[in-house]
Design a protein around this ligand. Structure first.
Ligand SMILES: [Zn+2]
Length: 293
């Protein structure tokens, strides 16, 4: 008879996914992704980026990735008895394809860890609409696969090593994006997540609806890995007019320095921030890094 329960201990092997919260599910999938990264590093004998989805797919027993015309879909994972197949949108940019494929590999980790039950536990007291709950659950699942993809393409320890080599600055975003073969957006987000020097990443786009031009905040993240998309610091103003310093970063490619007001709980604090514009035309956006300390 197993008496460990009586002693109040829960053996690791008894940990079922029934008792797993979304936070724990996040930790589990990151852990699993890290194991896969370690296997790859061992397999090829070095930990130099890039970490490509093709390499992870091979380790996961997935057949060579197929580029296909998928319309608006980024990628699909097809599960066959003799091995999984990933099809990726041939029209998408290579860095986007990398993320899409890594996301699909995230789905295989999700299944291996039987995290579906953690997702099913998401209940919504405020809404009794099953469709809304279903949507929220689907989103949570996709988010977990994104978290896995992020760890696969930009392994925390390796990314941090390169980041500290380059320094936490808007200049490093493009360098890291090129080295790890990810988008500017993904690299900036990852900087805020893993930087040892606390930092908030923000992404601004041109605001369409106003008559006068303005930049609108699309998202912000960090500091700290724990925050995972949530952050204590939020900018007080999420719309930026054409006379501001920040707007200059949209107009040309040279980085600008400014000071921005952030709220932290009930207090407000002015933080130094650097910003740089990336892309052309419709994809033009400004990425800022703000420093709380
Ligand atoms: Zn997905």
């Amino acid at each position: 008879m197993d008496t460990s329960y009586l002693a109040g201990e829960k053996p690791v092997t008894q940990l079922t996914t029934e008792s797993v919260s979304l936070e724990q599910a996040t930790e589990l999938i990151i852990e699993r992704a890290k194991q896969l990264v370690n296997r790859l590093v061992e397999d090829r004998g070095h930990d130099k980026p890039p970490f490509l989805p093709e390499e992870f797919a091979r380790l996961q027993g997935i057949k060579p990735i197929v580029r296909a015309n998928l319309g608006k879909t980024s990628a699909v994972l097809l599960r066959f008895h003799n091995g999984d197949v990933i099809k990726v949108n041939e029209k998408h940019h290579p860095v986007r394809r990398n993320f899409s494929c890594a996301h699909e590999i995230g789905h295989t980790l999700f299944t291996e860890l039987k995290l579906g039950r953690a997702i099913e536990q998401i209940e919504y007291r405020k809404t009794y609409n099953p469709q809304v709950t279903e949507r929220i659950r689907a989103k949570a699942k996709e988010r977990l696969c994104d978290v896995a993809a992020t760890e696969l393409l930009m392994p925390e320890s390796v990314f941090r090593k390169y980041l500290s080599g380059f320094g936490v600055s808007v200049h490093s975003i493009e360098l890291l994006a090129n080295i790890f073969r990810v988008s500017i957006r993904a690299a900036a987000w990852r900087i805020a997540e893993v930087s040892t020097e606390p930092c908030i990443a923000l992404l601004w786009r041109l605001h369409q609806r106003t008559k006068s031009k303005a930049l609108q905040l699309t998202w912000h993240v960090g500091p700290g890995r724990e925050s995972r998309g949530k952050t204590n610091y939020a900018p007080v103003h999420t719309l930026v007019g054409p006379t501001s310093t920040l707007y200059k970063a949209y107009q040309d490619d040279s980085p600008v320095k400014s000071v921005k007001l952030f709220k932290l709980d009930n207090a407000a604090k002015r933080l130094p921030m650097e910003s740089k514009g990336f892309g052309r035309g419709e994809t033009r956006r400004v990425i800022s890094l703000a420093f709380p300390e």
